[in-house]
Design a protein around this ligand. Structure first.
Ligand SMILES: Cc1cc2nc3c(=O)[nH]c(=O)nc-3n(C[C@H](O)[C@H](O)[C@H](O)COP(=O)(O)OP(=O)(O)OC[C@H]3O[C@@H](n4cnc5c(N)ncnc54)[C@H](O)[C@@H]3O)c2cc1C
Length: 456
């Protein structure tokens, strides 16, 4: 007999959604977080979310509408800006409509939903390591708010501890789950929030992303207004060998070059953060164990957005856990269904964008400026690519645009090559194994695609 059906470590958006889904379906679930209750949700973030994610969760698990007091401002589009800052592409559509929001209030709302559905919350409690019995996970060893160690047992343990993947990292060596991540599969960022009483953001409903390979290699600078006199601004880079410190990028690049930084602004918050930016972990389940959110690498590898996908991961993990509990099979086979469902709904797109990420790393500022200037890149293409993970190069209008850039033929050939590799990895994901026995063979198909992508 275990203490709970499920124990979820980490009450961020991923963990809270998992607990909400499980409790709503009548199972007992404990949600623990190392933060004090009133701090849960307070984290380094760009604070932007597409409304389509909320809609998707409503359809899947009946998530209610986001309360208005959480929303700082509506978002109606995203501008992608070339390194020369003269050319920009405005992406507007159902996927770029959403909100900038108060991160703490958003987190508090998610834990209140989980609690209302019947989940038990244990704040100020740190998950130390998984309890392993007979080689499989049987619970979590925690340090409670009084500093006492406790063992909490459950039929299923969910690691939703965010980018640290605290439990994942301590699984037994025999697990098929990748326990550690490569450095270059993470991004590190610095993020500030300012009040700008003497500066007015003219289009507070448009988020701005500035691309510059010399300043923010493998990442970008963002300026996300949260109203006419408030902004969330930051810079992030991929953590490849010799990467810049993002706090220095803020000091040396952002501060001297943006108008609002020349006014008297008030710093509301200022801190760093890390996120995984790769395909999802190849199997997000093992016997009695599941991964959700950043711990499962469910983040968009290009823009680093991971709230929506952590909600999706949480809902799908929760639904699968309920089914496994009902059929009394919480083994890797009983929990497997979570993998193909997530891969089909989002993981395959993540993998395709992960391949694209390696290509972007090798593009120069000059090439990006050229592509923007000649309109070789169109906003609708980018929207398509970011939404579906597909980049289609056909013989019609796109072909004519490519020919118009004939002066940069090598770049265009590289674009075409990477589009093919993105398609190839989508095909591999469409054949994601239906049970654990096919995992090793399937994984072997990924390596050669990445190898080629890194060389394009
Ligand atoms: C700089 C930056 C900007 C971003 N901007 C955006 C954005 O604008 N939009 C977007 O969609 N995404 C954004 N993201 C990504 C997004 O924040 C994450 O993908 C998302 O929060 C993941 O949710 P999660 O629940 O998996 O993890 P988290 O939200 O990180 O939650 C993990 C929880 O686990 C708890 N925890 C950790 N360790 C333990 C432990 N040992 N024991 C108990 N509890 C523990 C933490 O306290 C935390 O509450 C950004 C990320 C960064 C770093």
């Amino acid at each position: 007999m275990t203490d709970y059906d499920v124990v979820v470590a980490g009450a961020g958006t991923g963990g809270a959604t998992t607990a909400y889904t499980i409790a709503k379906n009548g199972k007992s679930v404990l949600l623990i977080d190392r933060k004090e209750r009133n701090k849960i949700g307070d984290k380094t973030c760009g604070d932007a979310l597409g409304s389509h994610h909320i809609q998707e969760l409503r359809n899947l698990v009946g998530l209610p509408e986001v309360p208005q007091d959480i929303v700082e401002h509506e978002v109606n589009g995203i501008d992608l800006i070339a390194p020369d800052r003269e050319h920009r592409l405005r992406m507007q559509g159902s996927t770029t409509t959403g909100m900038s929001f108060n991160r703490l209030k958003m987190g508090q709302w998610f834990i209140s939903l989980a609690e209302k559905a019947g989940a038990e919350l244990m704040p100020s409690t740190r998950a130390k390591r998984p309890i392993i019995q007979n080689g499989t996970v049987a619970g979590i060893k925690v340090l409670d708010s009084d500093g006492h160690e406790q063992d909490i047992t459950a039929s299923i343990v969910v690691d939703a501890t965010g980018a640290t993947g605290m439990l994942r990292r301590q699984l037994p060596q025999s697990t098929p789950i990748e326990r550690t991540l490569n450095k270059e599969d993470k991004m590190v960022a610095w993020r500030d929030i300012y009040e700008t009483p003497n500066y007015t953001f003219e289009t507070p409903d448009i988020l701005e992303i500035f691309w510059n390979q010399e300043e923010t290699l493998g990442g970008y600078t963002w300026v996300f207004p949260q109203g006419e006199h408030r902004v969330n601004v930051g810079a992030g880079v991929m953590t490849i060998e010799g990467h810049r410190n993002p706090q220095n990028i803020m000091k040396e690049f952002v501060k001297p070059n943006w108008d609002f930084m020349q006014t008297d602004y008030e710093v509301i918050d200022s801190r760093g953060g890390v996120a995984p930016i790769r395909r999802p972990i190849d199997t997000m389940v093992d016997d009695n164990f599941m991964l959700v959110g950043d711990a499962a690498c469910q983040v968009n590898p290009i823009h680093g957005g991971g709230i929506g996908s952590s909600l999706l991961g949480g809902a799908l993990a929760g639904l699968t856990a309920v089914k496994a509990l009902e059929s009394r099979d919480t083994s890797i086979s009983g929990l497997w269904e979570y993998n193909p469902r997530y891969m089909e709904m989002y993981g395959s797109k993540q993998a395709s964008l992960d391949v694209f990420r390696w290509f972007l790393l090798n593009v120069t500022n000059e090439e990006i400026n050229f592509a923007f200037e000649r309109k070789i890149i169109k906003a609708s293409d980018l929207l398509d690519t970011s939404m579906t993970g597909d980049m289609k190069i056909g013989m019609g209008e796109k072909f004519r645009r490519l020919v118009s850039g004939i002066g940069k033929l090598p770049l265009l050939l590289r674009v075409s090559k990477i589009a093919n590799l993105m398609q190839e990895i989508r095909e591999v994901y469409s054949e994601y194994p239906r049970d654990p026995s096919g995992l090793d063979k399937w994984k072997m198909r990924l390596g050669p695609i990445y190898k080629q992508a890194k060389a394009v």
